[in-house]
Design a binder for this molecule. Sequence first.
Ligand code: P1T
Length: 385
Amino acid sequence: MSSNDSHGFGTRAIHAGQTPDPSTGAICTPIYQTSTFVQKSPGVIVEEYDYSRAANPTRKAFEDNIASLEGGKHGLAFSSGVAATGVVLHLLSAGDHVLLCDDVYGGTNRLFHRVFAQMGIEITLVDMTDLGAFKGAFKDNTKLVWAETPTNPTLKIIDIEAVAEVSKEKGAILAVDNTFCSPYLQNPLSLGADIVCHSTTKYIGGHSDAIGGVLVTNDDGLFERMKFVQLSEGAVPGIQECFLFLRSTKTLHVRMERHCENAMRVAEHLDAHPKVEKVVYPGLESHPQHAIAKRQMCGFGGMVTIYLKGGLDESRAMLEKVKIFALAESLGGVESLIEHPAIMTHASVPADQRAKLGITDNLIRLSVGIEDADDLIADLDRAIG
Ligand code: P1T
């Protein structure tokens, strides 16, 4: 029982990084709930293990599993998605410049602008769906490009291959936050990205019960530098979390199929709803980057963004009435969630930037779960009224 890179996604999801426990035959990787490892003689250790902040067998199994799913050589796990993001920013020095896609998770925006900008990192927000604007935004000191696609919450699709080509030409590292797709729908490394980031709190965990993040790369040098930051800063996940993530990736492919199927049904239904002004979903032909989504993703994901007719009153009324959709931040779990980005996930984004991006009071974000689509649609219809 093992897996190699030639196996399909489902086989790797279940087997990559894992072998039956050699001492007992346990089929599941044990939870090595230990902070330290006994040494045979000073500095003579078993495999690579001396202290769990540096490495732990349960975490290693998860890191190898996720690396395989992203088609990468190296995986590194962290205590949250933003902790993983911060590690990439630590590759930079004061005076370096970053291009950040204009529509990102509010916490990512906050980390860049309110933590790393204070440390001398220069940041420019740019709409990366506009390749001319993207190329024009590079400076001599641009060292990193950070793209999130689909973007959160307006679901713009960035052409990873095109952005990678320009980044390479300009000598900048390209990191892609692949959280909204999961490795099942999109593999940025195969499209030219240098680093992939995930909040594993979302689809990878998939059950809304654990917080975590990962980075994956094929580049040995970047891996060594990021692993050094992981060891030095210590924002590592707990061992129970690693076990939960490893358990969850075994069903990732099956869950993602249903997320995509349900989201398409919801998007098509709401698109025809008289009280909905607009539906944004990469799977709809009306989506401005539908053709790019079709090319670089192998499914359109579980996230749907809608603009209701009306304003905050109409949004509040709907959000207070849903019964199956839960009004909560986060996404990617088996249960459907709904939220109001302007007040919730993106409240930390300055109001003028939110207005520019179209994160308005009538914008509502849905994370479509894997319940029965008919029940989800009936719930939304009842809530919209
Ligand atoms: O919450 P955390 O695990 O730290 O992940 C941060 C993060 C990173 N990248 C993307 C694309 C994200 O959506 C998130 C977290 N997002 C939410 C909590 C949310 O509701 O959008």
